[in-house]
Design a protein around this ligand. Structure first.
Ligand code: PEP
Ligand code: MN
Length: 268
């Protein structure tokens, strides 16, 4: 073990808990929801369907760091307020991305799992700020980041005293740009398991960019040992404002959940 991975090589004593519920523990954790949303009604109607399926972690982007500055940037502050309302109404944990230190200062206390996006994995000042909170941080792998860079990014959070870090493999850039969005690096799962004590989940949506690939990559990730999945789901994927091509419907999510239950049973 290299000395650089100081905290990754330590046994992190506690499981990550939210309201006394262990995440990424013995049972695999499923985080699901739309890429982003345009209104309270849209987000609520999806969250309600997910809740019916037993989903406890609702993902939805309020601040979107889009590649194109003219694309929808999310409902921003209003979006966070909507998510917090839904959290209360449906008793769901909210998973959402914060892009800046100011946003972290304002909202970290209210959000259950703070997502650091692929583009921000190298934003060390943001990572340090999040390290000062005690909130679970979902650290997405930069799309050109090596394992070493990714683990060192997690060290920035751990070093500040926040051990609640969940790593997320979300696909790396290859040479397929239209056919599939990225390449799911499934080897990351056993590599991280061997070289870190942190949990790792997989985002098959941004990895593949295609709805019809998401189910098989979800299953493959769980078999390879991932502690969970974060999946883009919409009740009406074609109406999703962002990433509709990679967004699965509720029926497909049901199939993924069935598979997850089988794996949980097999492993425990
Ligand atoms: C997302 O999950 O909404 C997202 C933008 O993902 P990534 O940062 O991995 O591109
Ligand atoms: Mn998306």
């Amino acid at each position: 073990m290299e000395k650089d991975y100081l905290y990754n090589s330590l046994h992190i004593p506690n499981n990550i808990k939210i309201n006394n519920e262990i995440i990424c523990g013995k049972e695999k954790t499923i985080i699901a929801g739309p890429c982003t949303f345009a209104s309270y009604e849209e987000a609520y109607s999806i969250a309600k369907e997910l809740k019916k399926l037993g989903i406890k972690f609702f993902r939805a982007g309020a601040y979107k760091g889009r590649t194109n500055p003219y694309s929808f940037q999310g409902l921003q502050d209003e979006g966070i307020e909507i998510l917090l309302k839904i959290k209360k109404e449906l008793d769901l944990c909210i998973v959402t991305e914060l892009l800046t230190i100011n946003q972290a200062k304002k909202y970290a206390k209210d959000i259950d799992i703070i997502q650091v996006g692929s583009r921000n994995m190298y934003n060390y000042e943001l990572l340090k700020e999040l390290g000062k909170t005690n909130k679970p941080i979902l650290l997405k792998r930069g799309f050109t980041a090596t394992y070493k860079e990714w683990l060192l990014a997690s060290e920035y959070i751990l070093k500040e005293g926040n051990y609640n870090v969940i790593l997320c493999e979300r696909g790396i850039r290859g040479f397929n740009s239209d056919e599939t969005r990225n390449i799911l690096d499934i080897q990351a799962i056993p590599y991280i398991k061997k070289n870190s004590k942190l949990p790792i989940i997989v985002d098959p949506s941004h990895a593949s960019g295609k709805d019809y690939i998401v189910e098989s990559m979800s299953k493959a990730s769980l078999i390879a040992g991932a502690d969970g999945l974060i999946i883009e789901v919409h009740t009406n994927p074609s109406q999703s404002l962002c990433d509709s091509e990679q967004t699965i419907n509720i029926e497909t999510l049901k199939d993924v959940l069935k598979f997850k239950e089988r794996i949980d049973k097999y492993e425990n």
